[in-house]
Design a binder for this molecule. Structure first.
Ligand code: MG
Length: 333
């Protein structure tokens, strides 16, 4: 049986993108990436990175350095119990400066070459697979390979969509604010697919029972004209509940849509984890404002004393430095 996979873009999807990564030490995983990959693996997906690396064609890095960068990526993820099944990259670019790599390539996204080759290498069912990336070229490659797609919707993806890509041909199946939300989308999709399957199975069983009952009734009455009519009436009877359910289903869908809209309004904030450092920074920042106000009040006082002004200002400066320290510590968490 074929496997299913998640094809992952690298830059700005898994790791921060400072432009071109030319050194393994530059690699920094984005928030929540390792945890998301652990979850996706637990859902039964192979994890395959597919990345355009025109830096090779542009002479910024060699393939050897790229191999070191990718080894570092694997290690960073292994430290957090996330394991990649493969990394595919395309070193080519039609405007590269290194002759060997200067060409159009069927592997360069938005072409689906890397996904197709990985599917061939690892016996992957592309119809059961997903492509996650932050650019329209990731989406287009995923769609052309026959995968479902999630666009990590960042300002860079907006910039790219207005350039060379055809937005119509690269409309993602879903959008997410980060990879954590992408995982939630995939989990939700899997749940609803499982629900659909169980509904279909239930309907099939009901139909079998009805047909059997009909056959029994027919043999009991032994009327030759009934068998032809009976399935029709059974068919209608099965359709009827569906017709009755339609208004309810529509209302449910509408309510579901409204709920989804409300949720989406704050979903970015939803992924911000609580941090004691951020809380402390906020509290200290309020104190800074208080001491600045005290400083102004001392300055405006008719019996102004410079000592008081300096002390209040000194407190404000020290507290501001503390607040900045807390912010930085929160950022490095
Ligand atoms: Mg990217």
């Amino acid at each position: 049986m074929s496997d299913k996979a998640i094809f992952l873009d690298r830059d700005n999807t898994l790791v921060e993108d400072p432009g071109y990564i030319s050194d393994p030490d530059q690699l920094k995983l984005l928030d929540g990436v390792a945890e998301a990959l652990v979850e996706l693996k637990a859902l039964g997906y192979k994890l395959i990175v597919v990345t355009n690396q025109s830096a090779v064609a542009r002479g910024i890095i060699t393939e050897e350095v790229l191999a070191e960068i990718h080894e570092r990526l694997r290690q960073l993820l292994i430290e957090k119990n996330a394991f990649l099944d493969g990394i595919y990259y395309c070193p080519h670019h039609p405007e590269g400066v290194v002759a060997k790599y200067r060409k159009e390539s069927k592997y360069r996204k938005p072409s689906p070459g890397m996904l197709l080759e990985a599917a061939d290498d690892m016996d992957i069912d592309l119809g059961q697979s997903w492509c996650i990336g932050n650019s329209r070229s990731d989406v287009e490659a995923g769609l052309r390979a026959g995968c479902k797609t999630v666009l990590i919707d960042t300002p860079s993806s907006h910039k790219e969509s207005s350039s060379s890509m055809s937005p119509a041909s690269a409309t993602p199946d879903y959008k997410a604010v980060n990879i954590k939300e992408a995982v939630n989308i995939i989990k939700k999709y899997m749940r609803s697919a499982a629900d659909d399957r169980s509904k279909t199975q239930t309907a099939a069983k009901t139909q079998t029972v009805s047909v059997r009952q009909t056959a029994e009734e027919v043999s009991a009455t032994a009327e030759p004209s009934r068998p032809a009519k009976q399935p029709e009436s059974e068919h209608k009877r099965q359709e009827q509940p569906q017709e009755q359910q339609t208004p309810t289903a529509t209302t449910d869908e509408l309510l579901g849509d409204i709920l989804a809209q409300i949720k989406s309004m704050q979903r970015t904030e939803m992924f911000h984890e609580f941090s004691i450092m951020r809380l402390m920074a906020g509290v200290v920042q309020v104190l800074v404002l208080f001491f600045l106000l005290v400083t102004v009040w001392f300055l405006m006082s008719p019996e102004r004393q410079d000592n008081q002004v300096f002390v209040a200002l000194g407190f404000a400066i020290v507290l501001q430095l503390m607040a900045l320290t807390f912010y930085i510590m929160h950022g490095r968490k």
